[in-house]
Design a protein around this ligand. Sequence first.
Ligand code: TPP
Ligand code: MG
Length: 663
Amino acid sequence: MNSKSNFSLEPDLLLQIYTTMQRIRTFENRTDELFQKGIVKGTAHSYVGEEAIASGVCAALNEGDYIASYHRGHGHCIAKGADLDRMMAELFGRKDGYCQGLGGSMHIADMDLNILGANGIVGAAMPLSTGAALAAKLRGTNQVAVAFFGDGASNQGIFHESLNLAAVWKLPMIFVCENNQYALTTSYRNTTAVAQVAQRAASYDIPGITIDGNDAVEVHLTVLEALERARAGEGPTLIEAMTYRWGQHSLRTNLQDPRPKKEVDNWLARDPLKQMENRLLSKKIVSKKDIKAISDATNTEVEGAVSFALKSEEPDMTVMLNSVYAPHKDHIEPGSSGNRTLSFVDALNEALHQEMAQDERVFLMGEDVGLTGGLFQVSRGLMDRFGEARVRDTPISEATFVGCGVGAAIAGMRPIVELQIFDFVALTMDMLVNQAAKFRFMLGGKPTVPLVIRGPQGGGIRLAAQHSQSLEAWFTHVPGLVVVAPSTAYDAKGLLVAAIRDDNPVVFLEQKLLYLTQSGPVPEELYAIPLGKADVKREGTDVTIVATLGMVPRALGAAVALEREGISVEVVDPRTLQPLDEETILASVRKTNRLLVVHEAWVKGGFGAELAAMVVDKAFDYLDAPIARLGAPHTPMPYNDRLELEVIPSQDCIVAAVRKLLT
Ligand SMILES: Cc1ncc(C[n+]2csc(CCOP(=O)(O)OP(=O)(O)O)c2C)c(N)n1
Ligand SMILES: [Mg+2]
């Protein structure tokens, strides 16, 4: 370990750090009592024993610097300046809590203090922090992002991906591993191949340093050096602070504590608060009377927080339901599409060019999006025009570069992240589902997450089972996500612009065959199409087809064929699956009295099932026939040409399904 404690800090600073430690200790002990009484519910993870780390780190930060925390997060929030009243109210699940009672212990954070959330997912603070650090770098501010995490989290893939990303991009970041030597009940020595987590920094060519995490002065001085490096543009540092939690893993835990008594006693004897107190007394910075006064004042503050929490109201359903989505913006569509024709790819490309030109917060990252312009050329020419900072080629680290996008969005940018092929979204599901989708909600409906995750999905070009899936049902199932699915060049441009301007995380799905086959009129001007507005692509009276993505042109082809048989088909394209324009679909069904839903995805559990259920709920009396659904059979996408054609609904299949519906 590196001993810096012989250097001294200014008396005021020592006193400030000590007071913070005392406030954390008192808050945590009181929370424990309230938990045992059943007033604080669920779970909470006490920071007692580890106070020197948060206090030492945060005393070195500027107000504008970011921190991201984890399940054991109360200490980080207090040290960054959070208000104890609002913290306690959150633990009570009340409306005046930081998260309006929607988040609880594991999500307490004050966005106004640049706390990027505490997090219930081990390790997630790291990719989110890369995003905040990237935002700072792009804006040219002097801010640094600190990611706190435990020893257990250092075995997550995103730890390694984040260190690598931060190192190659020289992000202004500090990784602070609070090594309390256990992950729940498992000793880090049984799960970690290196003796010290800090050794892993060598793989990423950045400094890694192990320090005494119970010595607030050593923590503080080490962080000052790392901050200097970060602010000078030299990149991240990994600090491993050795420490110990005094209690069980969580207040809820009643498992047998596997930690040897002798080990526990040894660490109890190294109480970080007492060490700091002795330092203040021996340097005569304070007297015993002063210590008592600090302790009294802290007790009074914490009791005040308890009274505040008790008086606060319970949140109601409105608070909850209003916290899921940020309001969507209104847009007026252009009156006409004009005469100029663009391909689907060029329409997307134009949207990116025009939106990046008019909003500096917009940037793009993904695999091969820069130099090459993307596998399908959607980002062609963007790097030349906007530079390498705003058009970034990423390492193949999907979870982390999507998490980086989430962090950058929370920190005020408007990132667009390309997934080279949408099947790779499986590697990013935590970032998408647990972070992006829930961030606003967990933090009480305040933050916005203006992020677009876009890329090609679907089959038709023989890329087989892991490069051809249609996964929209995964996303429409998750509250907090917007799901956009354009089928024409005109819609692609206008909806991509709307997605970039939306304050919610948007999953923007581009069917690969449309890249290659769809051209159409696209206005040159910059325009946006409102999210949640379906388009009737063809009017008809006998049957409604609701089709999505690559099925829209096939449904239109089927409608032309059926017209020759005297069957009049209305084709509705929802364009956005969430929010869904139910009214346009219902109005069509009320008129035609028959509905066929066509998508490329699996029928079982597909979006069509949801649509059918919605129509049965709201327009059952208008139906003259059972609703029909057409999609893929329950099989992964085959490679063989003929088999792939069998799996994706063809125009002929649609024609046959309509005929059947009318018999
Ligand atoms: C991704 C993920 N896996 C598992 C858990 C359950 N879990 C919560 S805390 C924890 C131990 C974490 O250990 P560490 O990172 O060392 O932090 P500590 O609790 O010791 O502070 C586990 C397994 C989780 N919340 N998230
Ligand atoms: Mg641990």
